[in-house]
Design a protein around this ligand. Sequence first.
Ligand code: FA5
Length: 359
Amino acid sequence: MSDSVNTPNGDGAELSVEDRIAAVRDAALAALSAAETPDSLQEWRNRYIGRSGEVTLLLRGVGSLPAEQRAEFGQAANRLKNEVEAAFDQREAEVKAASGPVGAIDVSLPGRKPTEGRLHPITQTVREITVAFGAMGFQTFEGPEVELERYNFDAMNIPFDHPAREMFDTFWLDRVDEEGDRNILLRTHTSPMQARIMESHEPPIRVVVPGRCYRYEATDASHEWHFNQVEVMAVDEGITFADLKGTLYEFARRVFGPERKVRFRCDFFPFVEPGVDLAVDCFNCEGDPACRICRGSGWLEILGAGMVHPEVLRRAGYDPERYTGFAAGMGVERVAMLKHGIDDIRHFYINDLRFLSQF
Ligand code: FA5
């Protein structure tokens, strides 16, 4: 590179350093203000400040100048580079602004439907169950998930050494009372609410109590370590086992429809006498021994029930000679599985939106 070039109009006269730089500067700025599209800006960038652009070459030529000219030329070329780069940034912003904001709204396009939230299928099922009982005159109550041992077990006629405590493998809270005993737990069933409600209310009582329960147990297609129950209880003078059967049949008819078969069988729970369980025919098989839902029995148990044990009435301060009652505790996930034909309880809690958004 030499320190003299032809003038832009080609008259052969030699240009000073200032004039050469001024000539490139004028040409670059004129071309820049003529650039009106992103493509023409890109062309400008290549021509002046790209790897072989005119300004870049001027700068690169500094090294080959005679030593006494390098400082002056180098500084001037650097100023030029900074000036045209700043001018480019400004022009680029102007061109962008003139072509409208990125993602501008096209009002002629059809609108986008906002995603709607919805209730979890188990919440929907809880509501369906409470509505079915509500229509039969039952009020809805809620109670604590973190419960005292006294309500979860003792008030339900399950003393410390009763084998039934083992059926309710339990999550205990890390807290001990004055005697050094752990006495607070995650409730294993909603039945403690029977005692809490009887303690604070006079008969007649007709209540349903939905809520979460927790058990320390291995999960499988029909068992979760946490699940929901709805407790049902009616206490009054003259309540009989016929009331229990009639109410639960009517519930099953309302929630599952008249075509579904329902079965009562004797069962044992320390807080009822007599006790039963209620099962609905398995939606998944016809007694196939390999069925993973009902294990070939053809039935899926959804609730335990019975006449409230006289001891439970007495502990709550009721006279068992005067009052009788029935109670039931149903598994909400099991009800939802039967209603919707879901073959694994764990689907409800792995939070896969492809599953959940079907409900
Ligand atoms: C009880 O929990 C009793 N409290 C029910 C009861 C209430 C009996 C009132 C008599 C009077 P059980 O452990 O069988 O009983 O549970 C009741 C229902 O909860 C079961 O029929 C089942 O539907 C559901 N259930 C129990 N364990 C699980 C579990 N691990 N996962 C999902 N559902 C469960």
